[in-house]
Design a protein around this ligand. Structure first.
Ligand SMILES: Cc1cc2nc3c(=O)[nH]c(=O)nc-3n(C[C@H](O)[C@H](O)[C@H](O)COP(=O)(O)OP(=O)(O)OC[C@H]3O[C@@H](n4cnc5c(N)ncnc54)[C@H](O)[C@@H]3O)c2cc1C
Length: 428
């Protein structure tokens, strides 16, 4: 039997783990996942997946696992992603519709828990923090913090926004290394009981759809979002406040820390009663400094044997609920390329260029439009300066992102790889 191709996956977040569930199915690959933490883990918060991400989950063959834990809003609101409202008055502006998917959301930890059993522990190495990666035409060498060096044919960096694999990719093209940039936006996060919020909205005599349907309350330099998780029993809340002139964090400021309810409420003191009740139900809020990375010119290194996926490649602001979804699209395209059983330790390098061509422009567009979306929600965009024009625009702003054909991307990628493999066979 031919020698197996040695593949390293660095980082077991949503992107790395989803990818590994697929790679381990291939008998021509010898796959090892290295995770710096002692176990897989996710933060205690919800995550929402757009129609494109739900499609990626389906094409990755993970629908059954996902549907077992995912929330979909109940009829007649099934197709609604979010309703958009004026945050000072609750006035309805519009809704964004994603047919058959609407708002699809899960608790992050639940999602990771469904993926973990799909990856045999023999393929996973915990407490293995990568220090750096180096590569030449023949191989890529991973150096770990514990001093160990291991050589691989192909290395996939899924190591998140602080990626060290990204350093190697940039170095190899003689491009400057980049650091995550603070956006000037802070996000308060919390989870509350649905029944408590519904009762409070009933008591106020306000529109019950505010509790029953995912909401985005918009205002000047602030917005609040809600969506259901855990079979509708809980509501995930994120409340954002921005000062886009303050994009430098004081040294040693942590990216996330607990805050008092008082502090959070005082930021929204002039908002509607529904919003204040909603935030008042969060028992122990935390606050997050939102960072992104500037779009990269390359996801592959110069010698084509190291590649980036997920936040390592395109960490973005969360305003389209699309960051993890883009990581899943990356995992899907890469998995569909790497499943080609003709690949050898030499020809696997052909995958990198094709992956970058299929993925980079779209992921960069999602990064840029995520930032712009936050500006539009917070009446900061000069293009849409009042609630009415914002509402009209948002109703269809995300159609291009959700309705994209991932099947076409897979076909394009696989045909390109077949052609390349044939060409190399002819010239061999
Ligand atoms: C407030 C907020 C809300 C969001 N909401 C949404 C949403 O609704 N929908 C959505 O799609 N996205 C959302 N996102 C974005 C989403 O959370 C990320 O895009 C996604 O979690 C990134 O996954 P990842 O696997 O690429 O990276 P990570 O989750 O960061 O995983 C990286 C993994 O690599 C490991 N690692 C790191 N360095 C090393 C190393 N040197 N060696 C070995 N292992 C290493 C880490 O321990 C970790 O397990 C949101 C983000 C924020 C901040």
């Amino acid at each position: 039997m031919d020698k197996k191709v040695k593949v390293a996956v660095i980082g077991g977040g949503i992107a790395g783990l989803a990818l590994t569930t697929q790679l381990i199915k291939n008998t021509h690959l010898d796959v090892h996942l290295f995770e710096s933490a002692p176990q897989f883990s996710e933060i205690g918060a919800g995550i929402s997946f757009g129609a494109n991400a739900v499609k990626a989950i389906h094409l990755l063959g993970l629908s059954q696992e996902y549907e077992g834990i995912a929330d979909q809003v109940k009829a007649p609101y099934t197709d609604i992603w979010f309703q958009w409202r004026n945050g000072y008055t609750d006035a309805y502006l519009s809704a964004s519709i994603a047919p058959q998917v609407g708002q699809s959301s899960v608790h992050r930890a639940d999602f990771l828990d469904t993926l973990i059993p799909l990856v045999p522990l023999s393929n996973v190495h915990f407490n293995k923090r990568v220090q750096h990666v180096k590569a030449n035409e023949d191989q890529a060498t991973i150096t770990f913090m514990d001093g160990q060096n291991i050589e691989f044919d192909y290395v996939i960096g899924c190591d998140g926004i602080h990626s060290v694999v990204r350093n190697h990719v940039l170095d190899s093209h003689q491009l400057p290394r980049i650091q995550p940039q603070f956006s000037g936006t802070w996000a308060y996060r919390g989870i509350i009981k649905f029944k408590d919020f519904k009762q409070a909205i009933e008591k106020l005599g306000n529109d019950l759809e505010i509790a029953d349907v995912p909401q985005m309350f918009l205002g000047k330099d602030k917005h609040i979002l809600t969506f259901p998780i855990r079979q509708g029993e809980e509501i995930n809340i994120v409340a954002f406040k921005s000062d886009r002139t303050q994009t430098k964090l004081a040294e040693n400021t942590p990216w996330t820390f607990p805050v008092s309810k008082q502090e959070m409420l005082s930021d929204f003191a002039d908002w509607s009663e529904s919003c204040k009740v909603l935030l008042g139900l969060i028992e122990s809020p935390t606050i997050w400094a939102l960072h992104e990375i500037q779009p990269l010119k390359h996801y592959k290194n110069k010698t084509n044997n190291v590649i980036l996926i997920g936040d390592a490649a395109h960490a973005m602001l969360p305003h389209q609920g699309a960051g993890a979804g883009q990581g899943l699209e990356d995992a899907l395209i890469l998995a569909k390329l790497l499943e080609n059983s003709e690949l050898t330790s030499e020809s696997i390098k052909l995958v990198s260029e094709i992956y970058e061509q299929v993925r980079l422009d779209r992921a960069v567009k999602v990064q840029n439009t995520s930032r712009e979306s936050g500006e539009i929600y917070e009446l900061y965009s000069s293009k849409y300066s009042d609630f009415e024009s914002v509402g009209q625009h948002l109703a269809h702003r995300f159609d291009w992102l959700w309705q994209h054909s991932l099947e076409n991307d897979i076909r394009t990628a696989q045909v390109a790889l077949e052609n390349q493999l044939q060409k190399t066979a002819i010239f061999a």
